[in-house]
Write a protein that binds this ligand. Structure first.
Ligand SMILES: Nc1nc2c(ncn2[C@@H]2O[C@H](COP(=O)(O)OP(=O)(O)O)[C@@H](O)[C@H]2O)c(=O)[nH]1
Ligand SMILES: [Mg+2]
Length: 471
């Protein structure tokens, strides 16, 4: 465990969100938490905090002890419910005291300031969770899942994060680690005690065992696409020439009139970005100005941005107007689709269909094509299904299992994987065993980076600095 000097400090923070609310919580943690709380709190029954049972609640007042008067005369800062949780059975494994104050910033701030006057230090972002980690209550993947839970945008991702908080990922990694360590120890034994009879004949056998663990790492890595999608969402750009109904479609997908719709070409100038959930998946929808011949500098810039979104989107909804013939612009856009992931949306299907759909199919080599009407609202459900299927590539999401959603984990697993791959191949070849055992050891280190068993301070600080204060 790390030897943090400032772990000696008792820390304090407002743990609830800023602003008015029913209650606001000030949280104290550390070796002096109970003593500091005792000095600022007068219970109704005159019970001292130090006499309270762990995990019990007491009603009373926080009083301004600096006034130097007797406890009855002292100014009351707030009426609170005080909760005591003694270490190690607390969030941080230290003594924790929480003041449940009346919501509103003045009261919680006054309680906070008083605690600092009595010797507590203001907590850094994520410091409570960092202590939970440093004191061995949770590992790093669990600490990171706390952050994910706070930031979760969808129910599906919340479920994944809650799973990780329970330690499922660490469990999986530990099983792999254990097997790799067994192999490592075995190879070291062969290298160091060749006279014991375990010899080179075992190499293919060891290679097979590494292959098994490598496959487990690969399976974990394969979940990362889903994990990333659930965590960060998918960017969809609405592209096409002007007046085909891109803004109308955006509004329908958002279920609110966000973009201005008009029959005047060039109505949408700046790209509009909005978040939306479609069937439980987070999306970032971008309405673009359309790709048209620019009439002025603003339109020129708008078109530049449309192109940028067209290039960077995960999915491009290429909108055409089914009610009128395909124009030169439509064809030009289709010819420039390249490797973009496109769903063609034939809009205005409430009108007589004039557009040559067969030509679209030919030009884009049989794309996914959905017929809709943004104004009448038909085809929208099919469009949403097509979008979701496109994301999962028809695979079902399994949020019951472990899922990798953190880029840091992905990087470490990739490095672990390539070392195992190398070790496996080298075992089937001629390379001397001591080099192979070294690679296996490093691959284990990468797993330990993920769980935090082996991690440097800077990285740790970086992870916890992403938390909010009070968590
Ligand atoms: N008949 C019909 N008109 C539509 C439909 N969708 C959009 N429009 C009309 O087409 C015009 C252009 O729509 P807008 O959404 O601003 O197109 P954008 O330039 O591609 O963003 C407006 O007058 C809309 O009312 C549709 O499904 N059917
Ligand atoms: Mg528009």
């Amino acid at each position: 465990m790390y030897n943090y000097k400032d772990m000696e400090d008792t820390i304090v923070a407002i743990s609830t969100a800023a602003g008015a609310g029913a209650i606001g919580i000030v949280r104290l943690s550390g070796k002096d938490a109970i003593e500091i709380a005792d000095r600022m709190f007068v219970s109704k029954g005159n019970k001292k905090v130090s006499e309270m049972k762990s995990h019990s609640v007491c009603y009373g007042d926080v009083v301004d002890v600096k006034a130097g008067k007797s406890s009855l005369e002292r100014e009351i800062i707030d009426e609170v419910l005080l909760t005591v949780m003694r270490g190690p059975k607390s969030y941080t494994r230290e003594d924790v005291v929480e003041f449940g104050c009346h919501g509103g910033m003045m009261s919680v701030k006054a309680v906070l300031v008083l605690a600092t006057d009595l010797g507590a230090r203001l907590a850094e972002p994520g410091e409570f969770t960092k202590r939970a980690f440093l004191n061995g209550r949770i590992d790093l993947t669990q600490a990171e899942s706390v952050l994910d839970i706070i930031n979760a945008k969808t129910k599906a991702f919340l479920k994944v994060s809650a799973h990780q908080l329970k330690g499922q990922l660490s469990l999986e990694l530990d099983l792999i680690r254990q097997k790799l360590m067994d192999i490592y120890v075995e190879i070291e034994a062969i290298v160091n005690f060749p006279e014991d009879g375990i010899n080179v004949k075992n190499r293919p056998d060891i290679a097979d065992r590494i292959l098994v663990e490598k496959d487990k790492v690969r399976k974990l890595l394969e979940t990362s696409d889903h994990g990333k999608i659930l965590k960060e969402g998918i960017k969809i750009a609405l592209c096409g020439k002007s007046n085909v109904g891109k803004s109308s479609l955006l509004n329908v997908l958002l279920k609110q009139p966000r973009a201005i719709v008009s029959s005047i070409a060039g109505t949408t100038r700046d790209s509009i970005e909005e978040s939306v959930q479609i069937k439980g998946i987070p999306f970032q929808l971008v309405d673009t100005a359309g790709i048209i011949a620019p009439r002025d500098l603003i339109e020129e810039e708008a078109i530049k941005r449309s192109r940028m979104h067209f290039q960077s989107a995960d999915i491009v909804l290429l909108v055409i107007d089914a009610g009128s013939g395909l124009s030169k612009e439509d064809i030009e856009i289709m010819e420039n689709v390249g490797d973009r992931n496109v769903i063609v949306v034939a809009n205005k299907c409430d009108l007589e269909q004039i557009a040559d759909i067969e030509k679209v199919r030919r030009l884009l080599k049989d794309p996914i094509l959905i017929k809709v009407s943004a104004t009448e609202g038909f085809g929208i459900d099919e469009l949403e299904t097509a979008i979701v299927n496109n994301v999962w590539h028809q695979k079902t999401v399994d949020t019951h299992g472990v899922m990798i959603s953190n880029l840091r984990h992905v990087e470490a697993l990739k490095k672990c994987f390539s070392l195992l791959e190398k070790a496996e191949q080298d075992l089937r070849g001629e390379l001397s065993l001591e080099f192979i055992s070294e690679d296996i050891k490093i691959s284990v280190n990468f797993l330990d980076n993920i769980t935090g068993r082996n991690i440097d301070h800077d990285l740790l600080d970086n992870i916890f600095s992403q938390f909010c204060i009070g968590k």
